[in-house]
Design a binder for this molecule. Structure first.
Ligand SMILES: Cc1ncc(COP(=O)(O)O)c(C=O)c1O
Length: 477
């Protein structure tokens, strides 16, 4: 991306001209270049971008490529497509810079199933774990870590992993990332716990969550002694007007793919949420748990990339590799990183350095990217099998959620007794959850949350047949 002066009144094509790197796809380069220009203010709020035709001509790329890049940035909230007048940079899309802010217990754990078909939505396909590549990475970590680095220390995570994650999150998730602001955590759950402590440290008491949402998030917040404030969510993500109305101190959201409804946070809501957080000095935790698993297009870039001053990005290896690793990370504003590092040090004295180093190796070698690509193919296929089976067994049934992640929501006919259907299916060996199990206050029409990560294709078909007969039996009872 050519660095021109910061006083350009409009976005002339020269401003957008990247220095092409022959090793990287042009689409990704143009997307990253535009995003950076908007973030650092070279492309001003409300300025008009060149038409897709003009820019394509100027850059010597296809018009389709430019259109796709504009669409992607619109989905992330950086630009606004305007009917008849082209595409403009969204108002105040760039971070505000120096103005950043300062500083009921969980039920019994769910027992692992020993038989039957498990449609638990959070479970990845454990047979996909890249044992060979992981073994190689572990051996390399053991060979390269000197004795001196086997002692206490590196509380924020192994240096190599912080570097690898910053590069990865910048490249793949359009995050605004530097290694110094990355803190490695024991899964997302510890990241959320550290977030709660940050909120508490600023005097906050109330954290909003999506409702329906990830039950473990609510339980974790409560176990830190804070109040959970449920906010409704629909197919465009969290309802920001409703959020503003309950005035919490912080909010936890899943903008790339919500659990369980499967929504992407809409561009207008992204901007609205960031404006609200800045105005009220509220912190936002972006739970990016399964964002790399998108099957119809690239995932929406992170909200953190749009507003790194108020958004903390939380990631995990639980969906792309395995929950057993207990490896996750936070990407924080610079002034909050030391507080989170202190929290991690106090919680458990830091993570497992050899495994962290192995993950760094897997990411840096390209093995992680290859593995995620293979996972995407597998899950795309499983999702298609599940949807085909639903269409065949339950014609006309509505399935909610974008083509992403490891779960869908299957709506039941209105008036169905969700819990009765869940119980009948469980009695027949198919273990699914009702939407009610994810809901605190804001009830939705009866539905089932179906995870397709764990079962094989044949099991998915069998499971749908059982669910369909349970749903039919409920209608006649
Ligand atoms: C919404 C959501 N966030 C995060 C996670 C991952 O949590 P962890 O990294 O603690 O395994 C899950 C797992 O089910 C989830 O559903």
């Amino acid at each position: 991306m050519a660095k021109t002066g910061s006083t350009l009144p409009t976005s002339s094509p020269e401003l957008l001209l990247p220095h092409w790197d022959p090793e990287q796809p042009r689409r990704a380069q143009l997307e990253a270049g535009l995003r950076d220009s908007i973030r650092d203010g070279r492309l001003r709020p409300n300025s008009r971008l060149p038409s897709s035709r003009a820019l394509a001509l100027e850059l010597g790329v296809s018009r389709r490529l430019v259109v796709e890049v504009y669409e992607q940035l619109a989905a992330e909230g950086y630009v606004l497509p305007q009917r008849g007048s082209g595409t403009r940079v969204a108002p105040r899309a760039q971070p505000v810079g120096a103005g950043s802010p300062s500083g009921a217990l969980a039920p019994e754990p769910i027992p692992a199933l020993v038989s039957g078909i498990d449609l638990f939505p959070g479970a990845p396909d454990l047979s996909l774990f890249p044992r060979r590549a992981w073994g190689r990475a572990l051996r390399q970590a053991l060979a390269e870590l000197p004795d001196a680095r086997l002692g206490y220390g590196e509380f924020a995570g192994t240096t190599e992993l912080r570097v690898a994650l910053a590069e990865h999150l910048g490249r793949v998730r359009a995050a605004a990332a530097e290694p110094e602001r990355v803190v490695v955590t024991a899964g997302y759950q510890q990241g959320l716990r550290l977030f709660c402590q940050l909120v508490q440290g600023r005097g906050g008491r109330r954290i909003a969550v999506e409702d329906p949402g990830y039950p473990v998030a609510g339980w974790t917040i409560e176990s830190e002694g804070l109040e959970v404030v449920p906010v409704p969510i629909d197919d465009d993500g969290i309802d920001v007007d409703a959020l503003a109305a309950v005035a919490p101190d912080a909010v936890v959201i899943t903008p790339a793919h919500s659990l369980p409804l499967g929504a992407v946070l809409a561009p207008s809501r992204r901007r609205q949420l960031v404006a609200w957080a800045r105005e009220h000095r509220a912190l936002v935790l972006e739970d990016d748990y399964d964002a790399e698993l998108r099957y119809d297009r690239g995932p929406a870039g992170t909200l953190q990339g749009l507003a790194p001053d108020v958004v903390i990005l939380a990631g995990t290896a639980s969906k792309t590799l395995a929950p057993a690793l207990r490896l996750g990370w936070l990407l924080l504003p610079a002034e909050l990183a030391p507080i989170a590092i202190f929290g991690r040090t106090m919680a458990d004295g830091g993570g497992p350095r050899i495994e962290e180093r192995a993950l760094a190796e897997l990411i840096a070698s390209g093995g992680f990217d290859r593995h995620v690509r293979a996972c995407r193919q597998r899950y795309r296929c499983k999702r298609a099998v599940l949807l085909e089976a639903i269409a065949a067994e339950l014609p006309g049934a509505r399935v909610r959620g974008i083509a992403a992640g490891l779960h869908v929501v299957l709506e039941l006919p209105s008036g169905s007794d969700e819990e009765a259907v869940v119980a009948a299916a469980a009695a027949a060996g198919v273990h699914a959850q009702g939407l009610g199990a994810f809901t605190r206050q804001h009830r939705q029409p009866p539905a089932l949350v179906l995870g397709y990560g764990l079962p094989g294709e044949r099991e998915l078909r069998q499971a749908v047949a059982v669910l369909a007969s349970a749903a039919r039996a409920d209608r006649v009872s």
